[in-house]
Design a protein around this ligand. Structure first.
Ligand code: V07
Length: 254
């Protein structure tokens, strides 16, 4: 169904030229893993494990559809407040994920990136993440960008500190501080802003995720819990995105 619609769209846009509006950069807040487990009488960590399988499924589908960047909010700076057992479990997931999935990512030419403060992560997690980044550093297919121990206010605070330092040492004057300069000090400086943000499990907020970068992003929310999120939900989000007109604050002539 989706594929047929997608192919038709490709042909019909711009007089047969391939002009496809599949979002270049999709960001996802993967919420509802704990609630998914609770609903089934399972421990919260069972939801996180199932959520990890959803990640694999959605990475495959996004790659197949030609998405260039997929950013996934895996762990926030606020998540440390959760029970120690749960945090310990979550911290082992990157390694587990990469153990079973890195070969496929390499085979698919996917590049793994991580955005966040990695210094607080357990040694083994840092090692696994660094190996994945190194082994995929030359891949030029889809970028799989994990927000790991990430918080947007911390990111912006660190950017301000970096800029202040440059002003202090004389390499920058306040008049030269532009939006571009600020952007270049963010953790996402090498990536274009997300075109589409998806949040699962019915919460309608950003929870400290990419506050600067989401300024003009289209949002799509669903009540579905992340472990239940599947290819059809991704298609629905993309179809809705394609039907919207993005104005970036201006007006579009009809
Ligand atoms: C985590 C699974 C998805 C649902 C949300 C919470 C649980 C994949 C990773 C990951 C991170 C970095 C990396 C490779 C994989 C991950 C955490 C939690 C902390 F390089 N899933 N996943 N990391 N969950």
């Amino acid at each position: 169904m989706f594929d047929k619609w997608f192919q038709r769209k490709k042909r019909s846009e711009k007089g047969g030229l391939t002009f496809v509006q599949v979002p270049r950069h999709i960001a996802i807040i993967m919420d509802g893993n704990g609630r998914w487990a609770k609903k089934r009488g399972l421990p919260r960590v069972a939801g996180h494990r199932e959520g990890m399988n959803t990640v694999k499924k959605i990475v495959r589908e996004a790659d197949r559809l030609g998405v260039k960047i997929l950013t996934l909010y895996a762990f926030s700076t606020e998540n440390w407040k959760r029970p120690k057992d749960e945090v310990d479990y979550l911290m082992r997931l990157p390694e587990q994920f990469l153990k079973s999935y890195l070969p496929e990512l390499i085979e698919k030419n996917v590049r793994v990136m991580v955005m966040g403060d990695e210094s607080r992560l357990p040694e083994a997690t840092q090692k696994a993440v660094n190996t994945a980044k190194e082994k995929t550093a030359n891949n030029d297919g889809m970028i799989l960008n994990f927000a790991l121990n990430y918080g947007s206010r911390k990111e912006i605070t660190d950017a301000v500190k970096g800029i202040a330092e440059k002003v202090k040492n004389g390499s920058l004057v306040p008049d030269e501080i532009t939006e571009d300069i600020i952007e270049n000090h963010l953790l996402s400086c090498h990536l274009p802003d997300p075109d589409l943000l998806i949040r699962t499990s019915g919460e309608l907020r950003l929870s400290n995720f990419m506050l600067w970068q989401l300024a003009y992003t289209e949002f799509w929310f669903t009540d579905v819990y992340w472990p239940d999120f599947n290819e059809s939900h991704l298609h629905e989000a993309i179809q809705q995105y394609c039907g919207r007109t993005r104005r970036f604050g201006g007006v579009v002539e009809s």
